[in-house]
Design a protein around this ligand. Structure first.
Ligand SMILES: C[S@@+](CC[C@H](N)C(=O)[O-])C[C@H]1O[C@@H](n2cnc3c(N)ncnc32)[C@H](O)[C@@H]1O
Length: 263
């Protein structure tokens, strides 16, 4: 890794080395990944040899670049956090349109901090808390927590275990991929703790919906991202736990991706 001040000085030879390793790994497919990488080379603090090694190791282009755009910001990322997904941006859009103001916000499982930090920009006078069980993820979120003067309060917590107050809005993109499909090769470079949950991917969602009512103000909202086949279970859990006005919305590719409800 080069120091930040030692950004890569790129020449034609470097580009050729990168193109060759890319084509040895991906052939002619996934050219958009290569273009993205080349476009971002000037911002990468790594040697060409390191970049080539990472291409050969099949590392996602987002992790090679080391940062990724999300909503209205750009987020430092590494192998300890989920790569922020466009599906999650759709949930943020809905929150902005649905909730005009709020005082206290909680993001559960913050990873890179992308949801919490974007919400702290959208609600500049709200107090935004964000937790994660992973200390390594919190280190990444801290690096991203400079994008707005309304800094997010980041701390370690196993879901609600260290939460001591109530919120108007609780948001979470928890792990929801079933353990049974933990062999999905496209996910091998992201942390298991960010992706997989027991009970067909439902165990963390179940826990969060069950406990959220104790940490929400009356008429507060819970927003939760989930798998495309989990809508019925999520809605049932919300009903069982006293939530009302339950709705599920689709992501940009038409998959039922997040549900929300009022207490
Ligand atoms: C799907 S990732 C979401 C990351 C980020 N919010 C995003 O949308 O890109 C889930 C996050 O939940 C965290 N997590 C998993 N189990 C947890 C637990 N028991 N308590 C708190 N956070 C947890 C993971 O470390 C990971 O950062």
């Amino acid at each position: 890794m080069l120091k930040n001040s030692q950004k890569l000085k790129i020449n034609k030879e470097h580009i050729n080395q990168i193109k060759q390793s890319w084509s040895s790994q991906y052939g002619d497919s996934y050219q958009e990944g290569l273009h993205f990488l080349i476009e971002h080379l000037p911002a990468i603090s790594k040697s060409v040899e390191e970049i080539v090694d990472e291409i050969i190791a099949n590392k996602p282009v987002q992790q090679i670049i080391g940062e990724w755009p999300f909503y209205d910001g750009t987020y430092v990322i590494n192998e300890n956090v989920l790569i922020p997904r466009p599906e999650t941006e759709v949930m943020i859009d809905h929150i902005v349109n649905n909730i005009k103001s709020c005082k206290n916000v909680l993001d559960l499982g913050t990873g890179s901090g992308c949801i919490a930090i974007e919400l702290s920009k959208i609600y500049p006078s709200a107090c935004v808390h964000a937790v994660d069980r992973s200390v390594q993820a919190l280190e990444v979120a801290k690096k991203n927590n400079h994008q707005t003067p309304n800094k997010v309060k980041l701390y370690q917590s196993d879901w609600f275990s260290n939460i001591e107050q109530k919120f108007d809005l609780i948001v979470s993109n928890p792990p929801y991929v079933a353990h049974e499909i933990a062999t999905d090769k496209s996910l091998t470079h992201e942390p298991n703790i960010a992706l997989y949950a027991k009970n067909k991917g439902m165990s963390d969602i179940d826990h969060i919906i069950g406990k959220a009512k104790f940490f929400l103000e009356q008429a507060g909202y819970l927003y939760i991202e989930h798998g495309q086949d989990q809508k019925n279970k999520v809605q049932k859990l919300m009903r069982k736990n006293g939530f009302r006005e339950i709705e599920t919305h689709k992501d940009f590719s038409g998959k039922e991706r997040f549900s929300f409800a009022m207490l």
